[in-house]
Design a protein around this ligand. Structure first.
Ligand SMILES: [Ca+2]
Ligand SMILES: [Ca+2]
Ligand SMILES: [Ca+2]
Length: 294
C-alpha cells in the first residue's frame, strides 16, 4: 500500500508530524509518583501526567513519604514510619513490590536523592534532639556516612546531573539559604543571599538552572528559578500560598510542585518559564511530593 508515491509522501509527512508531536510532549506513558492522605494516611501513588489512573503503591497504616525514582526508573526510594516514630528509608520496585528497608539507625531519615549513577542515595537525618545533617548511603552495602556536621540544619540534597556536586538548604548563616558542595561534603558555597528563607532546591537536568522556594517577596512562599551560580533569579508563581518540592521534568521543559493555593495541597505542573500552571490531582485530600519518572 505504500508504493504509490503521493500516498508514501503523505505517510512520511504524517510520521514526521507524529514524531515531532511525541518529542514535544515527552513520554506520554511517563508517570509522576506522589504522596496523598486520600486513603486515610500518607501513602505513595503513581499517576499519569494528566492526573488520571492514580494507583496506590504502599498500603501501611503508618505514614509513607517523599518518593524518588532510581535513575533507571526501576525502583522508588521513600521514607516511612512503619518501623517506629523516626522515619527510615525504604526502597521498592516501581510497581510497589519488594518493599525493603534501607537505613537502620536511631535518627529520622527523609528527603532522599538518588545519585545519577544509581550507586548512592543522599538524604537528611536528624538525630535525637539534634540538627538535620546530610548523609550519603552506599546502595550496594547499605553503609551511610555524614557529609555535613556543622551547627546549622542542612537538608534536602539534590544532585548535579554529573553526580559531582550536591545542592542543599541550610540555616547555618541565620536563615534558610541554598548552598552547593562537592559530593564528598567539601567546599560548600552559598548561592542565595536573602534575609527571607530560601529552600527546597532542585537542579535542572542540563545543570544550568536551579528551581527553589522562597519567601523573598514578602507575600508568602513562591517558586523561583536561578542560574546554577545563583544569578538571574526569576519568580515563576504569583499566588501566595505554601509551595513544596518543585522538581524538574526529565527533559527540563516542565516543573512539578505541590501547593495549598486551591485550599488543600494539590500537585501542579507548569512550563519551566512558569506558564500553563495546571492542577493535576484535583482531589480534596492533601497531595504532596511529586517525582517524575525518568
Ligand atoms: Ca501509609
Ligand atoms: Ca535566605
Ligand atoms: Ca489535593
Amino acid at each position: 500500500m505504500f508504493n504509490h508515491p503521493r500516498r508514501l509522501l503523505f505517510f512520511s509527512v504524517s510520521l514526521i508530524l507524529l514524531l515531532a508531536a511525541c518529542s514535544s510532549t515527552g513520554n506520554a506513558q511517563q508517570k509522576i509518583a506522589f504522596t496523598s492522605v486520600r486513603d486515610g494516611n500518607q501513602e505513595i501513588y503513581v499517576m499519569a501526567l494528566d492526573g488520571s489512573e492514580p494507583t496506590r503503591l504502599t498500603d501501611e497504616p503508618t505514614n509513607d513519604f517523599g518518593p524518588i525514582w532510581s535513575p533507571d526508573g526501576s525502583r522508588i526510594v521513600f521514607s516511612s514510619k512503619r518501623a517506629g516514630p523516626q522515619r527510615q528509608l525504604y526502597v521498592m520496585n516501581a510497581d510497589g513490590t519488594a518493599q525493603t528497608r534501607l537505613t537502620v539507625d536511631e535518627g529520622d531519615d527523609s528527603s532522599p536523592a538518588w545519585s545519577p549513577d544509581g550507586e548512592q542515595i543522599a538524604y537528611q537525618q536528624r538525630g535525637n534532639g539534634t540538627t538535620f545533617q546530610i548523609h550519603l548511603l552506599n546502595v550496594a552495602d547499605g553503609v551511610s556516612r555524614n557529609l555535613t556536621s556543622g551547627p546549622g540544619n542542612d537538608g534536602v540534597p539534590s544532585w548535579s546531573p554529573d553526580g559531582k556536586q550536591l545542592l542543599f538548604q541550610s540555616d547555618r548563616d541565620g536563615n534558610l539559604e541554598i548552598y552547593v558542595m562537592s559530593a564528598d561534603g567539601s567546599g560548600a558555597v552559598r548561592l542565595t543571599d536573602d534575609p527571607a528563607d530560601d529552600w527546597s532546591p532542585d537542579w535542572s537536568p542540563d545543570g544550568k538552572r536551579i528551581v527553589f522556594v522562597s519567601e523573598r517577596a514578602g507575600e508568602g512562599a513562591e517558586i523561583y528559578v536561578m542560574d546554577a551560580d545563583g544569578s538571574a533569579v526569576t519568580r515563576l508563581t504569583n499566588i501566595p500560598a505554601d509551595y513544596e518540592t518543585p522538581t524538574w521534568s526529565p527533559d527540563g521543559a516542565q516543573i512539578a510542585f505541590s501547593s495549598s493555593r486551591d485550599g488543600n495541597y494539590e500537585i501542579y505542573i507548569m512550563n519551566a518559564d512558569g506558564s500553563e500552571q495546571k492542577n493535576i490531582t484535583n482531589h480534596p485530600a492533601d497531595d504532596h511530593s511529586p517525582a517524575w519518572q525518568p
